[in-house]
Design a protein around this ligand. Structure first.
Ligand code: UT7
Length: 341
């Protein structure tokens, strides 16, 4: 299999130690918030949300359910698929923009909740691209022989930073978590390449300004709504399509692959129009592109992780298939990964 990818940037050839995804799992909260429910909260309509975004409903975590709870449930499902016990986990990486609290990190809380050993545990914050960033980090721990089994999770409780009075944003987001177990496997199925990028010049397009060292929480920051997510939707849209296409194309080029060889494309589930535009520009057929955003909305770092789990468990991805994951988010950040399943 490896000889197929002659380009040295394809990491199997490059380092000679394969990193496979041996288990995936996801968890979404029970509560469903439909477009009809939102019509009662803000001035919007099912018609507007459906035609502009493709979203029909999203999941909302319970008041006593934190990001680490969603993450732990997804992790246990991924571990069950991989046949891995908590004892075997060597590293936990959580990607999230909605940690349980500023510190300690959410990965430490997940470690405690799943009963893992006192292994390293840390968070990555790269917004909607976070899961792909975390995959790359986890893979490098495996390739450098520091770890044999890494738990990578994308988890969000975006409802906790949503302004339920702002119709521009509150219809878009949802809560959930997706996880993957990465393991060294000598038989070489796995991550073939990962492309990551960022552009801090466009940090203002999508942010939550309050609560950090630049703007600590005060009664005024709360009153001014600075602890809610803000977005320039139109500009973000344009950047999303451009960045996802160029990351995806670079990942394909590194592996000397053409889009028709990819069985399943898993794009960040932000907006149906973005997903369709990316699929079209890459030259993919609609059948190649996995979409589940109508059920969950945009779950940021959890988005591609949940979609990957659903694509695998629905049988859309079979052993040996080539898949392309691509995401984009605040930062701005972006990433793409080619995986041989
Ligand atoms: O995950 C990170 C990446 N995030 C994204 O990729 C999101 C990217 N952006 C988008 O998905 C789209 O820009 C949105 C879905 C956010 C907005 O779609 P749009 O086609 O760009 O709409 P717009 O912002 O141009 O708004 C059009 C109109 C405005 O009214 P006026 O000013 O033309 O009178 C909005 O006020 O639609 C209005 N509007 C709404 N109307 C009903 C905005 N939100 C709503 C709403 N219901 N929920």
């Amino acid at each position: 299999m490896r000889a197929k990818f002659k380009n040295p940037r394809a990491q199997h050839d490059f380092i000679g130690r394969a990193c496979s995804i041996t288990g995936v799992g996801s968890y979404v909260p029970e509560k469903i918030l439909t477009n009809a429910d939102l019509e009662k909260i803000v001035e919007t309509s099912d018609e507007w949300i459906t035609t502009r975004t493709g979203i029909k409903e999203r999941r909302i975590a319970a008041a006593d359910e934190a990001t680490s709870d969603l993450a732990a449930k997804a992790a246990l499902r991924a571990m069950a698929m991989a046949g891995v016990t908590a004892e075997q986990i060597d590293l936990i990486v959580v990607a999230s923009i909605t940690p349980d609290m500023p510190f300690p990190n959410t990965a430490c809380l997940v470690q405690q909740k799943i009963g893992a050993r006192r292994v390293p545990a840390f968070d990555i914050e790269a917004a909607c691209s976070g899961f792909i960033y975390a995959l790359e980090v986890g893979q490098n721990f495996i390739m450098s022989r520091s770890c044999d089994t890494v738990l990578v999770i994308g988890a969000e409780k975006l409802s906790s930073i949503t302004n339920w009075k702002d119709r521009n944003t509150c219809v878009l987001f949802g809560d959930g978590a997706g996880a993957a177990v990465l393991q060294h496997r000598p038989d070489a199925h796995g991550l073939l390449t990962t492309v990551l990028g960022a552009d801090g010049n466009k940090a203002g397009l999508l942010s939550m300004p309050g609560g950090g060292s630049a703007c600590p929480a005060t009664a005024k920051t709360v009153a001014d709504g600075l602890h809610f997510l803000r977005m320039d939707g139109k500009e973000t849209f344009k950047n999303a399509v451009q960045a996802m296409c160029s990351a995806a194309n670079e990942a394909l080029q590194r592996c000397e692959l053409e889009i028709r060889q990819i069985k399943c494309i898993i794009p960040h589930q932000a907006n149906r129009r973005i997903v369709d535009a990316v699929g079209e520009r890459l030259g993919a057929t609609p059948e190649q592109v996995f979409v589940n955003l109508h059920k969950y909305g945009n779950t940021s770092a959890a988005s591609v992780a949940i979609a990957l789990d659903e694509a695998v468990h629905s049988g859309k991805i079979q052993r040996g298939d080539l898949i392309l994951i691509v995401a984009f988010g605040a930062g701005l950040t972006w990433g793409a990964a080619v995986i041989e399943w």
